[in-house]
Design a protein around this ligand. Structure first.
Ligand code: ARG
Length: 408
């Protein structure tokens, strides 16, 4: 019997013995931990029914708790609370019993295949502290689900297909224009060796990102590179492969240090082969339409409390977006693993993105009706990159986070 059921039972018996209905015997974790560990507010509720002072009822019940094995102390306090502390002997016996049983005595639910999408680092960008949360919470969820007997597959879903690659290519071109990748007449094989080290790479991205915000021409060239990569340009593809190789080797080291490991190191780009047919199928099903040159799908539902805008699936220049790769990723996941559930972990500010592409996935029948899609959004931390750039003065660092998670 689970712990709270044991506690409830003891209280229900005590209420019943005192002549009150068992249903009032509900125990909750104390909201005054300075006073007690557990509390029962049932006497207050019972007072109305029995036309008695709540403290009177609480005292009647407490009398019946004398000598019980579960609570070391039980006290009636005004206006009618029952404050309790657990007996250490009972606690140790209960824990020992759990430890002796397979799966801590838990009844295992039916085995499911579950993909947990967590970590979510972006190649070439240093890990942000938010990625630490995704890694740790995701790894914990994965281990718990595995412990419960499920087939669980963890996937990093590397961010390797977006604008950051185009930005890096552009910055690399400015720094090392002599590289063969930038010679339009070059027809030979590109070098095996990466044209940068991880430290250089991590300096390149922030520099490129800063430039793109100030220089619209630079940004446009970065967009062009991204588009070229997404359409299979050999030079962009060769640089992109180097970025991935250098980055992934470094990421693996970091995750190893955290004792986080992934069954799959798949990336956004692994979805690329499925994108053209997927887009065609959205069109064939009549759910996608052009809006200002971009292809969008309506996902608003009548019951929405806030406005859910259409999901953007292809940009007006033909480039894929975050939602495009996430949708196409569902295709290979269903084909290769046929999961009963897919759980995604990311910063909760990405909530809208998940709402939108989950709805598209259902609308376009990309998953079974009973395939569960969950987004676990965690709060933010306001301290930037971790691991590679230790703070100058660690005492000055304040990390704040919100512990609440939204689980849908
Ligand atoms: N790369 C993303 C980020 O840094 C997280 C990816 C989460 N997973 C996903 N399937 N969208 O925010």
């Amino acid at each position: 019997m689970n712990f709270s059921a044991v506690l409830n039972n003891v209280l229900a018996d005590a209420f019943e013995k005192a002549g009150y209905d068992r249903s009032y015997g509900k125990v909750s974790v104390s909201n005054r931990p300075d006073l007690c560990e557990y509390q029962c507010n049932g006497a207050m509720a019972a007072a109305k029914t029995y036309h008695k002072a709540p403290i009177q009822i609480a005292e009647d019940v407490v009398k019946n708790l004398e000598g019980n094995a579960v609570f070391a102390t039980a006290e009636a306090v005004k206006p009618g609370f029952i404050n309790m502390n657990i007996s250490t002997a009972f606690l140790s016996e209960y824990c020992q019993d759990m430890a002796d049983k397979a799966h801590f005595g838990m009844e295992l639910p039916k085995k499911k295949t579950i993909i947990v999408d967590y970590g979510g680092p972006n190649v070439a960008k240093p890990l942000h502290i938010g990625h630490l949360r995704s890694a740790i919470i995701g790894e914990s969820i994965k281990r718990i689900l595995k412990f419960m007997g499920n087939e669980v597959i963890g996937d990093t879903h590397l961010g390797d297909w977006g604008l950051q690659i185009g930005l890096i290519i552009e910055e690399l071109k400015e720094r090392k224009p002599e590289l063969t990748y930038f010679d339009p007449n070059f027809t030979g094989a590109y070098p095996e060796e990466a044209p940068f080290t991880i430290s250089e790479l991590e300096a390149i991205y922030p520099a490129a990102s800063a430039k793109s915000k100030e220089d619209p021409d630079f940004m446009e060239r970065a967009h062009d590179n991204t588009l070229k990569l997404q359409s299979g340009d050999p030079a962009c593809t060769a640089i992109w492969q180097h970025i991935i190789r250098v980055s992934v080797a470094d990421l693996k080291k970091n995750y190893d240090n955290l004792n986080v490991s992934f069954e799959l190191w798949k990336a956004e780009s692994d979805a690329q082969p499925y994108i053209p047919d997927m887009i065609q199928s959205f069109k064939d099903q009549g759910i996608a339409y052009l809006s200002d040159g971009a292809l969008v799908i309506d996902v608003a539902e009548e019951t929405d409390k806030t406005e859910i805008p259409p999901c953007l699936v292809v940009k007006s220049d033909g480039a894929s977006l975050y939602a495009t790769t996430d949708l196409a990723t569902i295709i290979w996941r269903m084909k290769d693993y046929h999961p009963d559930q897919m759980i995604y972990l990311a910063d909760k500010r990405q909530d809208l993105h998940y709402t939108q592409f989950f709805r598209v996935a259902r609308k376009a029948h990309m998953v079974e009706e009973d395939t569960k899609l969950n987004f676990i959004g965690f709060g933010t931390m306001n301290w930037k990159p971790f691991i590679r750039q230790p703070p100058q003065n660690p005492k000055k660092i304040r990390i704040s986070w919100s512990v609440r998670m939204t689980i849908r």
